[in-house]
Design a protein around this ligand. Structure first.
Ligand code: UDP
Length: 465
């Protein structure tokens, strides 16, 4: 029997860290020792609110911004330092683990660190990739760099154009990951990185196994369409303490792997408890999106016009500035605004009726796994693709439309929320579908479910036992 020691390398962003911690939890439950490697700054943020559970350790590399990358920080320098320092540090960690008699048996690297496959090869350590977005998005990147770049870049702005890619639904320009295109919303030119990622996962010499945070029934076609890939569905990587809340056999210690990088409040619990069943609209744009003030004002007015109770997460600005909305008093009378919350606690609350979401992949999986219908309000990156899937494939929500200036007006916000919340405009169907996905997500993710079995088989294969 091999004593497994896995290393997981990731960015310490909320949407990256959450699935990594859940993966670590499942591995530890199988008797694997896990070290998560993040930046120095990331580890500092994590340790503020997180007690490291037994079986888990953290190690760090410097990304050149140990005090944190500010919005005006040099992203080219950040990536250059991340690349060279994480590689160097990984080599040291692998060597030390051998000297200490607890050798690394597998390196699992977030695909946004594609260069680490080479480090593993040089050091003769097994490695596999972790993909924290849907298989569908990985395929779009694959097709883009394998024959479709020209047509996509020429046509994506034309609203009447769409493309059929094998195994994927018909996609319009707004359904494609936005980081493929130049835009003021995109913080850096990600194309070279995506190209390297696709070269890594299709390398015929190494054919790395790709652990994907998805589940079989969610993306059945996408999981098998490209034969060059070796995809293993291991999701949804979501805390089972919330999923299986009403199961008394699930110990509370499961929540010990929930880590918040932002200061969260709990003062919404009583407020939620006092609301009637399925009545609350929850609004959150995740940990990265910063909506412009005019868009925030439109959302605020849309929410007010529904006359429904709402819980809205508005993160504090990084520069500490307060961006007070013009109708703050009315908002606070009708709903609740919090700087950060436990989203999973909220989505699992019986008073939840609808989730207005930016469609980050973790939020998407959470809405599916908690059976909450959505108003899809994508902003950038993979969010447009996730919105497309939620609305047209999984049929659990409606998507907002923006006007010519890219602004989603208050009447559109109100209309979409009403479509989800009411029975007569198809809302009932959306709720029924959401409930169906909730059952399927739990079936896949529970102990002994398909995804859990896939992960067990993967660990067994790594160790040869
Ligand atoms: N989240 C949370 N509290 C909040 C807002 C978000 O716990 O107030 C969590 C949410 O449950 C999800 C993660 O933050 O797991 C955000 O990841 P996602 O991929 O949805 O979006 P990103 O932040 O990467 O854009």
């Amino acid at each position: 029997m091999v004593n497994h020691h896995f290393i997981i390398v990731t960015f310490a962003l909320q949407g990256h860290l959450n699935p990594c911690l859940q993966l670590a939890k499942r591995l530890i439950r199988m008797g694997v020792q896990v070290t998560i490697v993040v930046s120095v700054h990331g580890e500092r943020q994590i340790s503020k609110n997180f007690q490291t559970p037994d079986g888990l350790k953290f190690a760090t590399y410097s990304d050149g911004y140990d005090e944190g990358l500010k919005p005006r920080g040099d992203r080219n320098r950040f990536f250059a330092e991340t690349r060279s320092n994480s590689s160097q540090r990984l080599r040291e960690i692998i060597t030390t683990s051998r000297e200490e008699g607890c050798p690394i048996t597998c390196l699992v690297y977030n695909l946004f660190f594609p260069w680490l496959g080479k480090v593993a090869r040089d050091c003769h350590v097994r490695s596999s990739v972790l993909w924290i977005q849907p298989a569908t998005v990985l395929h779009i990147y694959y097709y883009y760099f394998n024959g479709y770049e020209e047509v996509i870049t020429q046509k994506y702005k034309d609203p009447s154009w769409c493309i059929e890619l094998p195994g994927l639904p018909r996609l319009h320009g707004r359904d494609l990951p936005s980081l493929l295109f130049p835009s003021t919303k995109n913080p850096f030119n990600a194309l070279p990185l995506f190209k390297e990622m696709i070269e890594t996962v299709t390398d015929s010499e190494t054919t790395p196994q790709i652990l994907v945070n998805t589940f079989g029934s969610l993306e059945p076609e996408a999981l098998k369409v490209i034969e060059k890939y070796n995809l293993i569905a291991i999701g949804p990587l979501i805390p089972s303490a919330f999923l299986e809340k009403r199961d008394p056999s699930v110990s509370d210690s499961d929540t010990s792997f929930e880590c918040h990088l932002f200061q969260k409040t709990n003062d919404y619990t009583e407020w939620l408890n006092a609301r009637s069943e399925s009545s609350v609209v929850y609004v959150s744009f995740g940990s990265l999106v910063n909506l412009p003030k005019p868009q925030m004002e439109e959302i605020a007015r849309g929410l007010l016009e529904t006359h429904r109770p709402f819980l809205w997460v508005i993160r504090a600005k990084e520069n500490g500035e307060e961006d007070r909305l013009s109708c703050m008093e009315e908002l606070e009378q009708q709903g609740k605004i919090v700087p950060w919350c436990s989203q999973q606690e909220i989505l699992s609350h019986p008073s939840l009726g609808c989730f207005v979401t930016h469609c980050g992949w973790s939020s998407t999986l959470e809405s599916l796994a908690y059976g909450i219908p959505v108003v899809a309000f994508p902003y950038f990156s993979d969010q447009g693709t996730n919105a497309k899937m939620m609305v047209d494939v999984w049929k659990i929500g409606v998507r907002v439309s923006a006007n010519e200036e890219g602004l989603v007006r208050s009447d559109e916000v109100k209309k979409c929320i009403e479509m989800v919340m009411r029975n007569e405009e198809g809302g009932e169907e959306l709720r029924k579908n959401a409930k169906k996905w909730k059952d399927m997500a739990r079936e896949a993710g529970k102990e002994g479910g398909f995804s859990d079995e896939n992960l067990k088989a993967f660990v067994k294969e790594i160790g040869g036992n």
